[in-house]
Write a protein that binds this ligand. Structure first.
Ligand code: GLA
Length: 380
């Protein structure tokens, strides 16, 4: 199953490939969506719960066997050619990391040429890396006539990002990109790996987003530091994950104040994600919006991953008519703000966001993940 948008993007990826490498054998292709967290940010690496959707913006990949024994990656104006798939510090790194991850699993991936096209903004907190690596992995499997379970597909993409590229991310993005349901959100328990689908059945509310144009920093020092601080706090309290934290244990721990703030964030944020799923089941949009805004305040004040520009955009849209709640999305330190708004006020809310930062705004629609879209992914 492909949507009109993903079909058009796949054609653009094929065109990018042929423009860079010339006409050749038919390409194997795949499309993967981005993700938008609703509630549950910066808890995946602490064994927390996350409520998220995949979105209609995504990345398409077209690839074929190379006839020159050189990898080639074509993305917009950028074309890189190389002999090895391993990271080298250019735009080919993220594209070819799944080749390394698949080979490490014993799959004989040949040298390939890859064309990329995207509607998902890169580095905006909407999981563009995970979408890219899931799409490349799916296209390689298709090229080789192999099938994989959804769990393994997400695991390969995560290993490409974490083990091959050394980015210390949690499992959220890959699981959302692969497993998001057709019409709703995914509540993902990062302690057990279990997931539950929650329907999104309200025509009267939409998600609007604003890419502030400032860059976030997964792989950067601050994300790594938040993860290390959180993990050191959990270890100091001898607690496995943030779902086992209690207020009393945090107080009794006499922790460094910054570590204490990180633990308060992950404890409350994971609970908010579960409450958000309950609010969705009750179709209580007001409650979901409040939880989104509470999530932002916690990311700003306790986890300290927001920025003045993100805070300004959140405040501006919260003050607009019909806004039920708003927050930064993804790792933070820049990127995107998302707001839950009533349909009739969507344009006013978009204007409020754009006026606050001059960034681009768009509607986000829940999209199915790759496991739903792709016939090569077997359930499991
Ligand atoms: C990035 C990481 C994810 C997650 C989010 C924050 O997107 O890749 O693993 O930690 O930040 O929730």
């Amino acid at each position: 199953m492909t949507t009109g948008e993903s079909r058009a993007l796949i054609l653009a990826a094929q065109e990018a490939l042929e423009n860079a490498a010339g006409a050749g054998p038919a390409a194997s292709s795949a499309w993967a969506p981005g993700r938008c967290t609703l509630v549950g940010e910066h808890v995946d690496y602490a064994g927390g719960q996350v409520l998220c959707v995949a979105i209609q913006l995504g990345i398409a990949v077209a690839l074929r066997r190379s006839t020159t024994e050189r990898f080639r990656v074509a993305s917009g104006e950028n074309v890189v050619t190389r002999i090895e798939a391993g990271p080298r510090g250019d735009v080919g790194d993220r594209v070819l990391a799944p080749v390394v991850a698949l080979r490490e699993r014993g799959i004989a991936v040949p040298v390939v040429e890859v064309g990329i096209a995207a509607t998902l903004p890169a580095g905006a907190g909407l999981a563009s890396s995970a979408a890219l690596m899931v799409a490349v992995t799916a296209a390689i499997l298709r090229l080789l006539g192999l099938r994989m379970t959804a769990r393994d597909l997400a695991a390969v993409a995560l290993s490409a990002e974490r083990d091959v590229l050394g980015i210390p991310c949690g499992p959220l993005d890959q699981r959302a990109v692969v497993d998001a349901p057709a019409q709703g959100a995914l509540l993902l328990d990062c302690a057990t790996g279990a997931e539950v689908s929650v329907g999104w059945l309200w025509p009267e509310a939409v998600l609007v987003a604003c890419d502030t144009g400032t860059h976030h920093d997964v792989g950067g020092a601050e994300y790594r530091r938040r993860r290390e601080e959180t993990e050191s706090g959990l270890a100091a309290l001898s607690v496995e994950g943030c779902q086992d934290l209690t207020e009393a244990a945090i107080v009794a721990g006499h922790l460094d104040p910054a570590i204490e703030r990180r633990l308060r964030h992950v404890m409350a944020e994971s609970r908010r994600a579960v409450e958000g799923a309950d609010a969705m089941r009750r179709a209580d949009l007001v409650a979901l919006g409040r939880l989104m805004s509470a999530s932002h305040r916690s990311l700003r004040d306790l986890h300290e991953v927001s920025t003045p520009i993100l805070d300004t955009v959140v405040s501006a849209v919260e003050a607009a008519p019909g806004c039920l709640g708003a927050r930064m999305v993804g790792a933070g330190f820049g990127g995107t703000v998302v707001a839950l708004v009533t349909l009739e006020n969507a344009e006013a809310c978009r204007s409020a966001m754009a006026d606050a930062c001059g960034g681009e705004t768009f509607l986000l629609r829940p999209s199915p993940g790759v496991a739903v879209l792709s016939p090569d992914v077997v359930q499991g």
